[in-house]
Design a protein around this ligand. Structure first.
Ligand code: BTN
Length: 244
């Protein structure tokens, strides 16, 4: 396997498991990956939970120590991880895109969610744990998640999940090398090309109400820039805008 791998059958959350490991153990190698068949309390964005049938899907977390990256540019980690996953999923189906800030979509459904937890120390990133849930072989969803879809539902096939994990980690490693070499323009270009809703006007909602807008860009700090029908530019950090 390309990275140190810990496979457990059940845990509360692979993010929490890896966090505990890193706090207890002195030398955890970069890219150490924890993968679980089942999580009893998988964690999602905004305090949501992440549901997954036992053994069907990819539930994993890996750790990075990007001491070369300033804290204000931490969104680059989300960008490289998103690109690695998006490009791997591209090899199984069309219509995969990255939904800012932390999801991967197939058409307008969610196939993957990410929970990236960074531990900052002053202006640097001491530790970054990326937790990823990819719906692979699950045939039906019963939870309250609004629009889930799995690779199986898209293609009708079953997949060997460790093969997908292996390829994703190889891709993460090569994108991380680009980041280390400060090739951020290349990353930003790739990222913008891969964005969900990159073309056309779509409906959004912010605390002031609903509006139509197009995506202008995503700034290096992670801010999403939209332009509404009156050509007014609006910038949003995470959770400040909703896609309708
Ligand atoms: C979201 O879309 O809300 C993010 C979901 C992230 C889920 C993954 S599953 C593996 C890792 N462990 C967790 O507890 N959460 C992430």
């Amino acid at each position: 396997f390309p990275v140190p791998l810990i496979h457990i059958s059940e845990t509360n959350s692979t993010n929490s498991y890896l966090q505990t490991l890193c706090s207890k153990q002195q030398e955890v190698a970069e890219f150490t990956t924890v993968v679980a068949d089942f999580q009893t309390s998988g964690r999602g964005q905004r305090g949501n939970s992440w549901e997954s049938e036992p053994g069907k899907n990819l539930l994993f977390s890996f750790v990075l120590f990007p001491e070369f990256l300033e804290a204000r540019r931490q969104f680059l980690i989300s960008q490289v991880v998103s690109l690695a996953i998006k490009e791997e999923l591209d090899s199984y189906t069309d219509d995969i895109s990255i939904k800012w800030p932390n999801d991967i979509y197939w058409k307008n459904k969610k196939i993957c969610g990410m929970l990236i937890e960074n531990d900052l120390m002053g202006r640097t990133i001491r530790q970054s744990i990326s937790g990823i849930g990819i719906n692979v072989n699950q045939e039906a969803f019963h939870s309250s998640a609004p629009n889930p879809v799995s690779l199986q539902q898209i293609t009708g096939k079953q997949y060997e999940i460790f093969g997908i994990l292996r390829n994703i980690m190889l891709r993460v490693q090569s994108y991380y090398e680009l980041l280390r070499n400060d090739d951020t323009e290349f990353i930003a270009n790739r990222y913008e090309k891969a964005l969900f809703r990159k073309e056309g006007m779509h409906r959004y909602k912010d605390p002031d109400g609903e509006f139509f807008a197009r995506i202008v860009c995503v700034e290096p700090e992670g801010r999403l820039i939209l332009e509404d029908e009156t050509l007014r530019k609006r910038g949003y950090m995470f959770k400040e805008v909703e896609y309708l």
